[in-house]
Ligand binder design. Structure first.
Ligand SMILES: Cc1ncc(COP(=O)(O)O)c(C=O)c1O
Length: 734
């Protein structure tokens, strides 16, 4: 048996053509490994493995993968993928915009292991720096949305909206009675789709339509969502003001969620002004590249009254044992252990690094800088609107911030032709339907870019891209009154040196892998190699809109397909999805796969999910969200599943057993001897086995979930792969 992971960086060193930049970034050298083995009483790896992994699950053959590459070869290969992506100026919008990462933030935060290798801030005494920046993030969101409580980031806008929907159901809903949720048809399409999926599973009836026609009078809606400004750019959807709509919803005792945009909010009244109960959105355009769709930090804010129903973490100010002010994670409602099967959310780690970058962006620019950026974006959009209209196109005439739509048939064109014209000058527009395109401005768009777009897409031969100051003013009806970002932190660090020192001072308060190993749980079993972080900031990966035409993202597709092929081999499964954006969403997606499979075999009534007591808190929370009933299985004192209790519970639920969730090796680090018997017993009773792959590192090359007999599994990218942890990060599903 060979341990691939160990020899991976040395495979090709005899080849004179290969530069010797292979040095071990991760893991011990052979002599170190020998010494470590000796310390624990083994002569070699084979001995260690044999004594740890049950023989009946040991892999009989090596993984069938391409030979491992050196670091420089790997970077070369990744560059080849990157070269197949086309970087275009994006006018697509729909929640993702061109942004500029301030170099001081790029170099000192995103590219700095002091920030990207830090662990989840469970231990407040070694996390004060990150906790302060996350508190800044919350303060930013609170200030701009006008709602007093914010969480320390979620995963993205769509999942934040679904979390908010679930909150309204937890607060106002009643199964079968008050279980309707209304979605305005002008919410971003990806958000509508995600809410529909999440709602359907737990029996919330979704109605999508014209908000002005929504009828709350029967009192059967728990909540509703509108987009402000809406997906087509209008400040409010037509037919009824958001204020009147909110009042009607409240009269019917339904809560109102506003999906909104932080950049627009620097210029327009906050959603609290029309009475929204919850605000959600993405902080992407605050200095986090589009990256083909993520990861980015989502946000959610609401009233103090609902703090206990908020998903994820809240950072709070407290006092330490010396009576001095300090910070800690104050409200981890769904974290690890607290609410378990009573949870209404399975959010665990979120997008801490990206939330921190967005907060740093706001601190660096400050209120004036942000207003300059948003005013420029608004003025560019108005220039585009003016020029396209004066060229004879019919354009939407509602008040807008950065986005408007054009009926291109008014000049005898169709959307595909306009997009082809845009692409010919290196740009993309949003195709809304055959005759309508959307144009959105972002921070990275220049006047020259706009002139090119007007010329290429709309055939305007010499557009006038000049603007006077009045073009930067918002429509008075929607303009924000008063100051933004009043907290002193947003008014202190506007020079690069000050910002640099602030970032460094926070970094110095934390323990990350650039200081020492962090002996805390499975998340720390890997260290990101520097070379793995390098492609993360290449424009061919960063500056790509998730809805870019597929012929512009060939490199991304190839890379994802190649990764999926390798992951299928490593996990022993037939297929892989790279969609879920955290371990917990991987669990959720995997359980839905099980549920849909059972439906397809006529066994859809099975709904019991057996979960060992030692399981991570996201397991029961995901099962509940997937509409399953959690039944807890006892553990013995070594952390093994109590086989007698399991057998008894399988027998009891043999007619309604849907799934068993198992973490392997277990959270205690044990490869349970009876795993195959356990899996067989579940299968014999008609259930499926979900393997939590958070500890997949320990299996790679030695065994696999497929070999052991599991049916579905997720992998946490921030544990098993090189995605920066930084206090949170995405996973993937099998
Ligand atoms: C065993 C286990 N399962 C699931 C998760 C959830 O993963 P994520 O934090 O990516 O949502 C974790 C998280 O840290 C974990 O340790």
């Amino acid at each position: 048996m060979s341990l691939r992971t160990f020899k991976s960086t040395t495979t090709n060193t005899n080849d004179a053509n290969i530069p010797l930049s292979f040095f071990f970034s991760v893991g011990p050298r052979p002599d170190d490994a020998k010494a470590m083995l000796k310390t624990i009483g083994f002569d070699n790896f084979e001995g260690l493995v044999k004594s740890t992994v049950p023989p009946n699950i040991l892999a009989k053959k090596e993984l069938d993968l391409e030979p491992a590459l050196t670091e420089s070869e790997a970077l070369h290969k990744i560059k080849q993928y990157a070269n197949k992506n086309k970087v275009m100026k994006s006018y697509i919008g729909a929640g993702y915009y061109d942004t500029q990462v301030p170099p001081v933030v790029l170099r000192n935060m995103l590219e700095n292991p002091g920030w990207y290798t830090a662990y989840t801030p469970y231990q407040a005494e070694i996390s004060q720096g990150r906790l302060e920046m996350l508190l800044n993030f919350q303060t930013l969101v609170v200030d701009l949305t006008g709602l007093p409580m914010a969480v320390a980031s979620l995963l993205d806008e769509s999942t934040a909206a679904a979390e908010a929907m679930q909150m309204t159901f937890a607060i106002k809903g009643k199964k079968g009675k008050k279980n309707k949720f209304f979605i305005s048809q002008d919410v971003h399409p990806q958000t509508i789709a995600l809410i529909e999926t999440r709602a359907g599973v737990i029996g919330i009836d979704v109605v999508v339509g014209d908000h002005a026609k929504a009828d709350f009078s029967a009192g059967d809606y728990c909540g509703t969502i509108i987009q402000y400004p809406n997906t087509y750019g209008a400040m409010e959807s037509g037919g009824e003001s958001y204020e009147s709509f909110t009042n009607r919803a409240h009269e019917g005792n339904a809560m109102v969620i506003a999906a909104t945009d932080l950049m627009a909010l620097t210029k327009i009244a906050p959603p609290s002004a029309f009475g929204a109960d919850i605000a959600v959105g993405s902080a992407q355009r605050f200095g986090v590249p589009m990256g083909f769709g993520g990861p980015h930090a989502g946000f959610l804010s609401t009233s103090d009254d609902y703090s206990r129903k908020m998903p994820g973490r809240i950072i709070g100010v407290t006092v330490d044992s010396n009576g001095k002010p300090c910070l800690r994670m104050a409200m981890q409602t769904r974290e690890q252990h607290i609410r378990r099967d009573k949870a209404t959310s399975n959010i665990c780690t979120a997008q801490a690094l990206l939330a921190n970058m967005s907060a740093a962006y706001a601190i660096y620019h400050g209120p004036e800088g942000l207003k300059d950026i948003s005013s420029r974006i608004h003025a560019l959009a108005r220039v585009a609107h003016r020029e396209i209209k004066s060229a004879g196109f019919t354009v939407a005439e509602t008040a807008f911030f950065d986005t408007f739509t054009v009926d291109v048939s008014s000049k005898g064109l169709n959307s595909t032709e306009v997009q082809a014209g845009a692409a010919s000058v290196g740009a993309n527009v949003r195709i809304i339907d055959e005759n309508t395109v959307g144009i959105s401005m972002g921070e990275g768009i220049t006047r020259d870019d706009l002139a090119k777009l007007l010329n290429g897409a709309f055939k305007i031969s010499s557009p006038d891209v000049s603007a006077d100051d009045s073009m930067a003013e918002m429509d008075a009806k929607y303009a924000r009154e008063g100051e933004i970002l009043t907290h002193p932190i947003f008014r202190m660090h506007h020079s690069e040196s000050q910002m640099l020192r602030y970032l460094k001072s926070l970094e110095n308060r934390d323990l990350a892998l650039n200081h020492s190993m962090i002996s805390l749980g499975s998340c720390t079993m890997k260290l990101n190699a520097t070379s793995e972080m390098i492609p993360v900031t290449w424009p061919e990966f960063c500056d790509i809109h998730p809805f870019a035409p597929s012929d512009q993202v060939v490199g991304y597709h190839e890379m994802i397909e190649d990764l999926n092929t390798d992951l299928a081999e490593i996990t022993g499964f037939a297929a892989v999805s790279a969609q879920p954006n955290s371990g917990a969403t991987g669990e959720y997606a995997g359980l839905l796969a099980i549920k849909n499979y059972l439906d397809s075999t006529g066994e859809g009534a099975r709904n019991v999910c057996l979960i060992p007591k030692s399981a991570h808190g996201t397991n029961p929370a995901s099962a509940v969200m997937a509409g399953m009933k959690v039944v807890v299985v006892e553990n013995d004192d070594k952390g093994n599943v109590d086989f007698d209790d399991l057998t008894m519970k399988i027998a009891k639920h043999k007619d309604d057993l849907a799934a068993f969730m198992v973490t392997y090796p277990s959270t205690f680090g044990v490869f349970e001897e009876k795993i195959v018997e356990i899996i067989d017993a579940v299968h014999d009773a008609g259930g499926q086995v979900y393997m939590d792959g958070a500890n997949m590192n320990a299996q790679v090359g030695l065994t696999s979930p497929g070999l052991i007999g599991a049916d579905v599994c997720h992998l946490n990218l921030h544990k098993t792969f090189c995605i920066p942890h930084g206090g949170g990060g995405p996973g993937t599903l099998h």
